[in-house]
Design a protein around this ligand. Structure first.
Ligand code: ADP
Ligand code: MG
Length: 388
């Protein structure tokens, strides 16, 4: 920002202090003067001769008084001005010191150093609140940037894997012309499909994060049935019982993203289940103005400390699932989390005591009038509060 240099805040405050003191002093002297004038005649009342023959003036006249008062008043005012300027400069400096520290921290943050903190000491006042708020913002920004860097590194690594496998397969084929072409093509196709799945998952994640979608009324129970129908063949293949229960659960959002959310959860519930004879239950309903979706599955016991990490991109519970063809690319729960966030909902993962997982999602229940601009809907309700 290019601004013309102006007076510093310290100088402005100093001038204000001194000016105020000067005006207050002048007023005080003026009041004194007016008060004195009431008791002083225009001319002197006269004189008497004392016993030694000297003359004593009884009560000076106004001009005489003014001659005596004016220099004293001018000295007092000059003193007040100097005192005001000096005291104001020191006081303003002390008052503005925290602001200088906050400005320094802001300058360091804008030059890329996010690890610096202000850590202002002392009792809580407006400056302390500002500094603490700034520190909190820096902390969040730093962890967000670290998360983004981790994400970029993991995504690059995951994307490189299928490309490296393809290169190895192609090298092998070139060095060994007798190799079965059909098998090679099939393996290449599998690797290629996985790379496309990963890229699409990444695109979906960024789309949900940007909240870039059109809103519409959605019934979660219908979405749950659609997801169950799509995944029924996979469940049957793994001999897993899939149940859909509950009532209608209205919310507002992107039907396509919400379908992806439920599909990811049900697919996880099937894939990360017992090897045989497992169950998956999908339940929808409403509770206190919120729409509820619960996906519960049997499976191996999950260590509770693992749960908070599962929604992070590319975090997998066990290595075993990497070899599973339906295991996904490690973005399933990250996408679910991001879709839930974009719909102003909450996601809760609870390990079941007998093994497996219970996932509970709460989304804003009431569907509101979408108005002429369909994007201005319940999901963005905070931006247009009058719609709620
Ligand atoms: N329904 C579930 N039951 C048990 N474990 C689960 C379930 N859903 C997810 N997980 C665990 O969370 C991890 C992350 O899930 P996800 O993000 O979908 O990645 P992926 O399924 O590709 O491994 C899984 O590897 C698995 O260990
Ligand atoms: Mg998954």
């Amino acid at each position: 920002m290019n601004r013309r240099p102006g007076l510093s805040a310290r100088l402005k405050l100093t001038i204000s202090y001194a000016g105020f003191l000067f005006v207050a002093g002048t007023l005080l002297l003026a009041v004194m003067w007016i008060f004195v004038l009431r008791w002083v005649p225009t001319r002197s009342a006269g004189s008497i001769r004392n016993t030694f023959g000297g003359v004593i003036i009884i009560g000076p006249s106004r001009p005489e008084l003014l001659r005596g008062f004016a220099p004293a008043a001018a000295v007092a005012l000059a003193f007040l001005l100097v005192f005001g300027l000096l005291g104001g400069w020191i006081l303003a400096g002390r008052m503005l010191a925290p602001l200088t520290r906050i400005a320094d921290a802001a300058r360091m943050a804008s030059s890329g150093s996010l690890s610096h903190r202000i850590r202002l000491q002392g009792r809580t006042d407006e400056f302390r609140e500002l500094a603490d708020g700034f520190d909190t913002m820096l902390e969040q920004l730093e962890s967000h940037v670290a998360e983004q860097q981790r994400f970029a590194a993991n995504a690059s690594h995951e994307l490189r894997t299928p490309l490296a496998i393809s290169r190895t397969l192609l090298d092998l084929a070139r060095n060994d012309p007798t190799q079965d072409q059909g098998e090679l093509l099939e393996r290449l196709q599998t690797v290629n499909t996985r790379a496309i799945d990963l890229t699409e998952a990444l695109l979906l994640l960024s789309r949900a994060d940007r909240r870039n979608f059109t809103c519409e009324p959605v019934d979660l129970s219908l979405i749950a049935e659609e997801a169950a129908e799509t995944l029924l063949p996979l469940a049957e293949k793994r001999r897993i019982r899939l149940d859909v229960t509950g009532q209608a659960a209205q919310t507002a959002g992107s039907a396509a993203l919400l379908l992806r959310m439920v599909t990811n959860l049900v697919q996880n519930a099937i894939v990360h289940n017992l090897p045989i004879g497992g169950t998956v239950t999908i339940h929808t309903g409403s509770q206190d103005d919120a729409s509820l979706l619960r996906v519960e599955n049997t499976g191996d016991p999950l260590p509770p400390e693992l749960l908070p990490t599962l929604t992070e991109p590319f975090q997998r519970g066990t290595e075993r699932v990497r070899t599973d063809e339906h295991a996904g690319v490690g973005l399933g729960l990250a996408i679910v989390h991001s879709i839930v966030r974009a719909h102003d909902g909450t996601l809760d993962l609870t390990p079941r005591p007998t093994g497996g997982l219970l996932v509970t999602i709460r989304l804003p229940g009431a569907c509101i009038d979408l108005g002429p601009d369909a994007r201005q809907c319940a999901v963005h309700g905070r931006a247009v509060p009058h719609l709620r």
